[in-house]
Design a protein around this ligand. Structure first.
Ligand SMILES: *Cc1c(COP(=O)(O)O)cnc(C)c1O
Length: 392
């Protein structure tokens, strides 16, 4: 395996993330026929291992070419009919995106917005659920713009208690494989995610798992599905066939990406480390980065340590320092982190710590991130001080 090009910087953003050499190797193969026995077996394994990652026995995975956003379209097009009510919990930028997508397909959306850096309080969710009948509720497990971690288990049990028919839909794009998520035990109806964050493959796959209850809701809808490419009418037979080790065709799957996803899943669902150990390692690394931020005087965007993501950290920069003062300095030290998102995007930065960077300590990625953050911030502060001192 050759090393990545010299110019490759350590990718420490909240997705895409660094990938293992096994994943790199898998994607660099000559393409297989998408209906060959070899590929069909790989796809079947991906379906089985995807179930394992989110802890479901009979949830139906959909693995489709597209980015994470396509999961929103799948939910909006297949599970919600025009005019139906959906409750969207907003803990950052991605809640708005999901709401916008749902409205595009004709849903009536009610948004419950959290204060910046906070979760939506349970009593507000309860009140909303009692106020009218919602077809679905959407929760962003980790909102990648704020680093806020919502308590999916608690919200799902509240929904089941107050409004048992409401579908519980989780945007887990920035959480699956880095935060604990248990589809069957917690009673979740949809978990949607993508290949490039905790799942440790390159971007390009929309990965969604639907409960049998959600599939039933889809199969008994009264109005036609208003999407072609995102329609489960097209994809359900394909996924069922692949699951049974049989070829089927609707839209050529991105075979090399599937090979890469397969390689990553084998590592994630393997025994060392186990999934639980993986979650623990993400917590441990997250605490280290957050402690460093604290020591550097950087406040977290997420207000409450109990509801802070473990796969990423969003921190405010000191007064007078903006993202464009810090990012190029970190890049010069070989590390890519992300600016903020939304209306305060220059005032904070986001550091991703997911996947192999966390799990494979030998890489030394976390040390590299910590050192470059510390040094770059020092430089940025010194540069500001020079400017202030030069001004009479
Ligand atoms: C990244 C992300 C998305 C969007 O995924 P894309 O692959 O960029 O389309 C959606 N929701 C959350 C929470 C995300 O972190």
């Amino acid at each position: 395996m050759s090393k990545p090009a010299q110019s490759h910087k350590l990718l420490a953003i909240p997705g895409p993330v660094e990938v293992t050499k096994e994943v790199l190797h898998a994607i660099a193969q000559p393409p297989l026929s998408h209906v060959s026995p070899e590929f069909v077996a790989v796809f079947r394994d991906c379906i089985q291992m995807t179930r394992k990652v989110v802890d479901t026995q009979d949830g139906q995975p959909f693995i489709i070419a597209g980015s994470g956003t396509l999961g929103w379209d799948q939910v909006a097009a297949n599970l919600v009919e025009p005019g139906e009510e959906v409750l969207v919990l907003k803990t950052g930028y991605f809640g708005d995106g999901f709401a916008d997508c749902l409205r595009t397909y004709g849903a009536n959306v009610e948004e419950l917005k959290a204060g910046r850096g906070s979760i939506v309080e349970l009593h507000r969710i309860e009140a909303a659920l009692r106020s009218k009948k919602f077809k679905a509720i959407t929760i962003t497990h980790v909102d990648t713009s704020t680093g806020v971690l919502s308590d999916v288990k608690e919200i799902a049990s509240t929904v089941r208690r107050i409004s048992p028919d409401t579908l519980v839909v989780v945007d887990g794009v920035c959480s699956v494989a880095s935060e604990e998520i248990r589809m069957d035990p917690w009673g979740l109806d949809v978990v949607l995610t993508a290949s490039q964050k905790g799942l440790g493959a390159p971007p390009g796959l929309s990965i969604l798992i639907a409960s049998q209850r959600a599939i039933k809701v889809f199969q008994t809808r009264r109005t036609p599905v208003t999407s072609y490419f995102a329609s489960w009418k097209k994809w359900l037979p394909i996924m069922t066939a692949y699951g049974n080790n049989t070829p089927a065709y609707f839209g050529t799957p991105p075979v090399n990406l599937i090979l890469a996803y397969h390689a990553s899943l084998k590592q994630i669902t393997g025994t060392a480390p186990s999934l639980d150990e993986r979650y623990r390692l993400h917590k441990q690394v997250s605490q280290r980065i957050k402690a460093l931020a604290n020591q550097l005087g950087l406040a977290q965007v997420s207000q409450d340590p109990e509801h802070a993501a473990n796969g990423m950290t969003a921190v405010y920069l000191p007064d007078g320092v903006v993202a464009s003062d810090v990012l190029p300095r970190m890049a010069a030290k070989g590390v890519t982190v992300a600016a903020g998102l939304g209306d305060i995007k220059d005032k904070y930065i986001r550091i991703g710590h997911m996947g192999t960077s966390v799990v494979d300590a030998k890489r030394g990625d976390i040390d590299t991130i910590a050192e470059s953050l510390q040094a770059s911030l020092k430089e940025a502060r010194a540069a500001k001080k020079d400017i202030v001192e030069e001004t009479p």
